[in-house]
Design a protein around this ligand. Structure first.
Ligand code: 2AM
Length: 217
């Protein structure tokens, strides 16, 4: 009935604890601050500005988007395909409200979004929808490839774009594009994949406690 439909959330996901949210935001800010001063970044500035001479302050370029989380299933209050089936999965019901340790293994930046890649464990994959990668047209990438935390979006860009940007980079890797290794930074190794796509593979993944829950808005 109608009540059942409205009882589905906007999305399910892992919500990072607030103390670790600050740490993740600071790490991302430090990275952005460094990235836009690198000669290699300036060389490709046109990807971000449309003009070669223009400068960009990446910290201002991206807008933060609320509480940090890793979406598992976007339900759109029941309107999204597979929403009801997802909410009824035994794993989703059993693990609702449980604590998890998420591993943030990389940061990525594109002219549209900035995000953190999340590397899921076998147990965490039980909560991952089977069609998340397919839906984005990346059927051949392993389950869980799309898992990420949106850290910011450029003006006018919706957060759904962050996962698509991540999949684009992973698809390039899968096709054998190594990217251009730019430098070893304190945080990890920085690679450029063309068209404004930057990936920082973290030397030490950021481990973050997170609660599996849902958001109604
Ligand atoms: P995100 O997971 O990349 O941050 C509310 O809009 C949340 O649901 C955001 O966290 C957003 O993106 C995610 N979201 C919105 N539309 C989506 C979609 N079609 N598929 C998957 N996630 C979506």
């Amino acid at each position: 009935g109608q009540l059942e439909e409205v009882s589905l959330p906007l999305y399910f996901g892992w919500f990072l604890l607030s103390s670790i949210q600050d740490k993740v935001r600071c790490t991302a800010m430090d990275f952005l601050k460094t990235l836009d001063t690198l000669e290699a970044f300036k060389k490709h500035l046109i990807d971000f500005t449309g003009k070669a001479e223009k400068e960009v302050d990446l910290e201002e370029y991206f807008e933060a988007k609320g509480t940090l989380h890793c979406t598992t299933k976007f339900c759109d209050y029941g309107k999204a395909e597979g929403a009801k089936e997802y909410a009824e999965k035994p794993a989703v019901k059993d693990l609702y409200g449980s604590a998890f340790e998420l591993s943030l293994s990389a940061l990525f930046v594109t002219p549209r979004t900035v995000g953190a890649r999340v590397s899921l464990t076998e147990e965490q994959l039980l909560l991952w929808p089977a069609d998340a990668e397919k839906e984005a047209g990346s059927a051949s990438l392993p389950l869980g490839s799309r898992a990420h935390v949106t850290l910011g979006c450029a003006e006018g860009v919706e957060p759904v774009q962050t996962g698509l940007d991540l999949l684009e980079i992973l698809a390039l890797q899968q096709e054998g594009h190594q990217g251009e290794l730019i430098e070893e930074m304190e945080l990890g190794s920085l690679t450029y994949y063309g068209e404004g796509r930057w990936l920082l593979t973290l030397r030490e993944p950021i481990c973050s406690s997170a609660c599996f829950s849902s958001f109604y808005g």
